[in-house]
Design a protein around this ligand. Structure first.
Ligand code: MG
Length: 159
């Protein structure tokens, strides 16, 4: 019998008016778009993936591994954090099967960069990562364009 576990990850970051800060989603830089506020590069997609994988392997969460009180992670490339978290998941004896992400935002348009995001995320995880965009339909803080939220589910198998 195959030993399979599922993990779930959620993350949200608010937009910030800082022209010097790039918007990074799924490891891809979106030029001329408002950035997200955060200690690292605030890549909400990479963070949700990281938490899903860590949760599946029972390894805690992204805040424990990479504390936002640690200057080492100021402006960190979250794809690197995702790769490091994946390394720890494998070290614990688990192999990522796949990760699926839903991201809720009106801006930026994600579809044109979807393949690029999936390629970067999949390379970091060493397994397929898929990204789906959803509009918030005008509801709440996400509908007012105050930030971006992402949900991810990951499957890992033993061995
Ligand atoms: Mg985050």
């Amino acid at each position: 019998m195959v030993d399979v576990r599922v993990g779930q990850g959620f993350d949200v970051h608010p937009f910030v008016d800082d022209p010097d800060r790039p918007l990074v989603l799924g490891g891809v830089v979106f030029e001329s778009e408002r950035a997200l506020r955060g200690h690292s590069d605030a890549d909400v997609i990479a963070h949700a993936c990281t938490d899903a994988l860590l949760g599946a392997a029972g390894l805690g969460d992204i805040g424990e591994l990479f504390p936002d009180t640690d200057d080492a992670y100021a402006g960190a490339d979250s794809i690197e954090l995702l790769a490091e978290a994946t390394r720890r998941v494998r070290e614990a004896g688990w192999s990522p099967g796949n990760v699926d992400v839903s991201i809720v935002t009106d801006h930026p348009k994600l579809a044109p960069r979807r393949r690029e995001m999936q390629d970067r995320l999949s390379a970091a995880v060493g397994a397929p990562v898929t990204v789906k965009g959803r509009r918030p339909e005008g509801l709440g803080a996400l509908g007012r364009g105050e930030g971006v939220a992402a949900w991810a589910v990951a499957v890992v198998t033993r061995g």
